[in-house]
Design a protein around this ligand. Sequence first.
Ligand code: AMP
Ligand code: GLY
Length: 418
Amino acid sequence: MKILVVGKGGREHAIAWKLSQSSRVEKIYCAPGNGGISEIAECVPVDVMDTDGIIAAAREKAVDLVFVSPDDPLAAGMVDELERAGIRAFGPSRSAALIESSKAFAKDLMKHYGIPTARYEIFTDSRAALEYLKKCSFPVVVKADGLALGKGVIIASDFDEAERAVKDIMEDRVFGDAGKSVVIEEFLSGREATVLAFTDGKTVVPMVSSQDFKRALDNDRGLNTGGMGAVSPNCYYTPEIAERCMEEIFKPTIRALAQEGRKFKGVLYFGLMITAEGPKVIEYNARFGDPETQVVLPRLKTDLVDIIEAVIDERLDEIDLQWDDNAAACVILASGGYPGKYEKGFPIEGIPQALEAGALVFHSGTTRRNGTYYTDGGRVLGVTATGENLDIAINRAYEYAGMIKFDKMHYRKDIGRA
Ligand code: AMP
Ligand code: GLY
């Protein structure tokens, strides 16, 4: 079969790579893709938000399936549009993707259905938000309601910081329309875990656990980024916690969405905080996470195409997911300055050596010209290694990362060790 993957990052490279291992896949297209993805897929120059362009490309290439990966096109309803055009598509509908695209919706859903999460209030008026802050104890977490590239969350340690966050988001609209309303919530302490799960709206099948390292600098300092590395499994996600998550969070969320008439089919991302009181939801995403996907998919033994089809056809209960026992670690090589301003266009050396040594190298932001890769984004490469345990996987990932060089390259030295 022929599959078109929508997206252009390391996550989509990992998805295309996993699809390329399926004996059922004859050709992969990626829109728009990137330098690394072009090695395993034919890249078509269509933007991820260009629904008409994606439909036209799917028809022209006669693909059997479109895999819509990023949050923005899912939130905009690309899967609904593809289905309306008679094209088979993987990913949640617009109405189900609201669980990511509106934090206020997600919080109200959790409150209504008794799913554990931080206590919160929602405001559409900045004066009311500021009044409320006067009564809060700190730290508090201030979140823009809508999609803000992972940057719309501010952990405010005192009133002044919280006040600035509310004014930035609601009055100055630094995240645009994502800031029409804000969620102000209780700060949770504990260990963070990511669990990605396949669901067809009835059955929910969690994947192996993972952990994302979001801050730009070692020891969790610096700005929040899209993710500077990941490991799988997450050692804090014990079988007991997994059992509680299944009963208290995963199944209730799927039931809640179905009951609201928003049946979710695709991958649901559970961002969890394991607190002293038990696991609580920090956030939902309506898609695979990046870089978590770069450590989770290398451990998947089951054919991804079989899972995708079972999700679409609502027979996920027939699938028994198989996982490799090996651990996996991913170190993101970023452009110096990211997530702020950075330069791009630098040649990248050492990828063949790292691959030769056994690395999986997923490209987040590269272009390829005359056989050479050049940096083309903030996050440039994800270097993944597997091993019998996390220590071995992490050491290998760093050994491989050390083989790769480009001007102003930056990476965290403490992924999996923080
Ligand atoms: P989000 O985009 O909602 O995942 O938030 C980004 C990051 O902010 C999370 O990965 C957490 O590290 C942190 N965070 C968000 N909400 C809370 C909370 N209520 N308590 C503590 N940390 C939080
Ligand atoms: N790694 C966080 C995310 O994909 O949203």
